[in-house]
Design a protein. Structure first.
Lengths: 410, 410
DNA sequence: TTGAAAGCGCTAACAC
DNA sequence: GTGTTAGCGCTTTCAA
């Protein structure tokens, strides 16, 4: 018994074999296979039978060469091992699969060179579409895509020019919600560990953080309270360690993605400190473990699956010929409140004081050295109670700002 | 300024354009591009210059059609959103990328139909290689792959016939280590939530669990202590709920993968119980959150990245013409001990008794109703102290075994 | 060492 | 409606 799909000569079964077997021309076979309406049903049936009998499977390469269009999408993302992106990938995969497209997976590691290579690959493969979660894509390649009629959409992150369709989450609003929540819970010395500022996600989350502070009449206690991480666990850990080593520490922190939150949490545990009494945390991304870590994490949940699915639909629509103006789908994140931002109380604070282990610090652990509740502004409220903290320079000046203190960007 | 890679006629730059520009034949261009040694260096240089100037990018489709071989691998896995598989994917991607292959991502959801579709796709795409983490692949398709000279290797899970190269983890040994550890820590009424028994991972982990019990002279307290889950979070939660609803509960459980462990943990938390005093847990897979969940999870850590990388190397070797007998690379898992399996002590047990919330149970929560340490056999020891527990039928018979109690397979 | 040319399997323009 | 056929861009045999 010879294998299905292999003809007598040992080669692959081709459309010619099918045409012979069905007693029709290759054109007719092609028409049947591509659902061309104007074929005699009787012939179509004969063709179908021949296809089945021979186990014929059309060559994608030949089809691609002929049509200059592979039924394939390139999916270019920074990191498949980040659950945020894999959830996105699932959304994309589901839409792609049901529309008959396959995905080439391209992992850039946020490396511009790899990103460039993969964009080149997409061109060489004649993919019909590209879904890009950009790091810093070469604009000339984007242009070439467009001039070659390759459909391309962005997801998760915008590219500066804004010349493409895309699906995003409102990161500014997400970060603002997080800050409002922290303030409402009585935290008023806030820090932010954000992502690389060459990503819109990193920038927008920081922008939201800063604008919410301002709107509430607060300002940053210390420039060193803004940390630029790398969206990786190690970066989160490193930046949290930096925050903890400050002589005057924040009482709460917004961490701009899931992996960095994990790293930050590890740094806190390693320092023998407690969340939220020593440091409250709001993360970004509601990963599956958030509810069972200690303590359960408050976070800004992103609809990652839908983000992917929406971007795939945008792409599909372009491939199907839609030629209107650019569309940007903006999805709304949700604040999920758990225990990592439990109401601030000096009682709680005092109870958890850890002896000995803490890095040498003046103001910390003392109970009410700060956080006296004065700045506890209502979530909706405008700037009614400007915190005088910016002026308490006696403490401020002890901040370790020298070496790595002030680095608003990196 | 026209886009790179587009010639005057608006079409793509082809090998013919390059040949003209360099004043050579297409054959020579092809030779240069493919590193054929016997070309005049002067000509080669001219060709290279033309390539650069024109921004020429070879058409993969044409090449594939001609050679019947796409520089592409199909990567067929059950679930991209499972970190175990994404870590594997990273290992595969890194090897593939540096060898110049791209990956088509195929997500089967452990669905035989999707798996079949993707294997068909791999054939139609003329991929040169397939890496398969099998669910229940159609053997005839595997045969067809082989007869078409498509290289194929398995990863993570074996297919029954064992006719393919593959990279695996020693799951039996991993489960055995876990059981030995639990026994050494004083737990002696062990349960296991394993995966689908049509996967070797699900079967092997259960086998290791059972064989380690036997080797230590123990047997299963109750057939209902073996639960067949689905490797998903929801399944872990469901099966843990089932365990918790038994009138006589286990004091420790081995859960056969990361997502189910998460689900199991959630079920325990939801029931108001504590780990490990009410139920110790050993999970499989050391996911990044294991160290910060509450309590930190003991687990059998798998080298997932290396698993992927090894399978990719096996594939590469086959593609490069290796034709020896089948090779199976077996990697060794590591037990990582954390607090979810802290030494069993009745003191601990009593302290954490939760009032009221517990489901109605006779034997539980009472302190020393069991776990008196009698069966605490040494990790290395043979079966010296057979637990008499299998005979305490008075309690046994109250086990809720009726509807879903006894289901060794599903 | 280099070039000419056939042909991989398919689609679509054109002819009937 | 159906068939004939050119040609997508490349590799590779064969001849020079």
């Amino acid at each position: 018994m010879r294998a299905r799909g292999v003809n007598q000569t040992g080669g692959t079964t081709t459309i010619i074999d099918v045409a012979h077997a069905a007693g029709v021309s290759t054109a007719t076979v092609s028409r049947v296979l591509n659902g061309d309406a104007r074929v005699n049903p009787a012939l179509a049936a004969r063709v179908q039978r021949a296809v089945t009998k021979l186990g014929y499977r059309p060559s994608r390469a030949a089809r691609t060469l002929r049509t200059q269009q592979a039924r394939v999408w390139a999916l270019i993302i920074p990191d498949v091992s980040n659950p945020h992106f894999t959830d996105m990938v699932r959304g994309i995969e589901d839409v792609a699969y049901s529309a008959g497209y396959s995905l080439i997976l391209c992992n850039t590691d946020a490396d511009a060179e790899k990103e460039r290579t993969y964009l080149e690959l997409a061109l060489a493969e004649h993919v019909v579409g590209v879904i890009l979660a950009p790091t810093s894509p070469d604009p000339s390649l984007i242009e070439e895509m467009l001039s070659r009629k390759v459909s391309i959409v962005t997801v998760d992150r915008r590219i500066s020019s804004g010349m493409l369709d895309g699906a995003f989450v409102n990161n500014v609003a997400g970060a603002e919600q997080a800050v409002d929540h922290l303030l409402a819970r009585g935290y008023c010395h806030l820090a932010c560990i954000t992502g690389p500022t060459d990503t819109t996600t990193g920038r927008d989350r920081l922008d939201g953080f800063m604008s919410a502070l301002r709107r509430n009449g607060l300002e940053l206690d210390d420039p060193a309270f803004v940390r630029i991480g790398d969206f990786r666990e190690s970066g989160g850990q490193r930046e949290m360690e930096a925050l903890l080593s400050l002589s005057v520490r924040p009482d709460a922190v917004l961490v701009a993605n899931n992996l960095m939150t994990l790293g930050a949490l590890k740094a806190i545990v390693a320092a023998g400190l407690e969340v939220p009494s020593d440091m409250a945390i709001v993360g970004f991304d509601d990963s599956s473990w958030n509810a069972v870590v200690h303590p359960p994490l408050t976070c800004v949940a992103q609809p990652a699956y839908d983000l992917g699915a929406e971007s795939a639909r945008l792409l599909l629509s372009r491939i199907d010929g839609h030629s209107g103006p650019n569309r940007e789908v903006m999805l709304v994140p949700t604040l999920r409140i758990r225990e990592s931002t439990a109401e601030r109380s000096s009682a709680t604070h005092a109870r958890h004081t850890v002896p000995g282990i803490r890095p040498s610090v003046d103001d910390a652990g003392g109970g009410n050295g700060r956080g006296d509740g004065k700045a506890r502004s209502p979530q909706t409220g405008a700037a009614t109670v400007p915190t005088p903290r910016g002026a308490t320079s006696a403490l401020q000046n002890r901040t370790t700002r020298s070496t790595k203190g002030a680095r608003p960007t990196r």
